[in-house]
Design a binder for this molecule. Structure first.
Ligand SMILES: O=C(O)c1ccccc1N[C@@H]1O[C@H](COP(=O)(O)O)[C@@H](O)[C@H]1O
Length: 217
């Protein structure tokens, strides 16, 4: 892909407070994520996410994150929150993910030594809008703050991919230069505690992504 004029997309995930949603919008992030994965310390209920969605500025996407949630629960979230994109972190297959009539992104567990190659991922998830490479092992939750070896990002990806897992303001510049992702997704690296985002870290993260974009021109 020609990177001239390219802008790495930024997603802040696991927000639980309207003030953090407002600041994320002001900092110019492209999307924010609400976590509905069971047992996540960042999990919010559909009603809470709906209220936070009202704090979101126009042209900023709301992403709903699931991990093997029952179909009824996914439907309920969609009805309340109206996300523009779904993100699946569990063992969901393509039929499940596309069944809600919304674009979706499939997370790939890079902590698994057999994480799929590009061909395999495109074949298993033909209707995915994109993929998200995260550090967890298959069946484990994300949001661990742990990075993986970026050289393992599959080559030959035809669809956009996001890089995630242990990104911080201090390493995101190197991560982008190493993998040239469509976007980056961060949760722990901009927090003081799970679900509580830190304004300075959020700002610093965005600055470092912009710096990488200038560097890669
Ligand atoms: O954030 C969570 O609690 C979570 C739970 C279950 C699946 C995914 C989860 N978060 C996603 O994990 C990655 C990386 O997070 P981190 O930056 O390493 O903390 C990111 O995509 C989160 O959205």
């Amino acid at each position: 892909m020609n990177r001239t004029l390219f802008r790495t997309r930024i997603k802040f995930c696991g927000l639980t407070r309207p003030g953090d949603v407002r600041l994320a919008s002001e900092l110019g992030v492209d999307a924010i994520g609400f976590v509905f994965a069971p047992k996540s310390p960042r999990r919010v209920e559909a009603e809470e996410a709906r209220a936070m969605r009202h704090a979101l500025a126009p042209l900023v996407d709301a992403v709903a994150l699931f991990m093997d949630n029952p179909v009824e629960e996914v439907r309920e979230v969609i009805r309340h929150v109206r996300p523009s994109l779904l993100q699946f972190h569990g063992g969901e297959d393509d039929a499940f993910c596309r069944g809600f009539g919304l674009p979706y992104m499939k997370a790939v567990a890079m902590g698994d030594p057999n994480a799929g190659n590009a061909l395999d991922l495109h074949r298993r998830y033909p209707t995915a809008s994109g993929f998200l490479f995260d550090s967890h092992a298959e069946g484990e939750a994300g949001g661990s703050g742990r990075a993986f070896d970026w050289s393992r990002v599959p080559t030959g990806m035809h669809k956009p991919f996001m890089l995630a897992g242990g990104l911080t303001p201090d390493n995101v510049f190197d991560a982008i230069c190493a993998t040239l992702p469509w976007g980056v997704d961060v949760s722990s690296g901009i927090e003081t505690a799970p679900g509580l985002k830190d304004g300075d870290k959020m700002r610093h993260f965005v600055e470092q992504v912009r710096r990488a974009d200038c560097h890669n021109d």
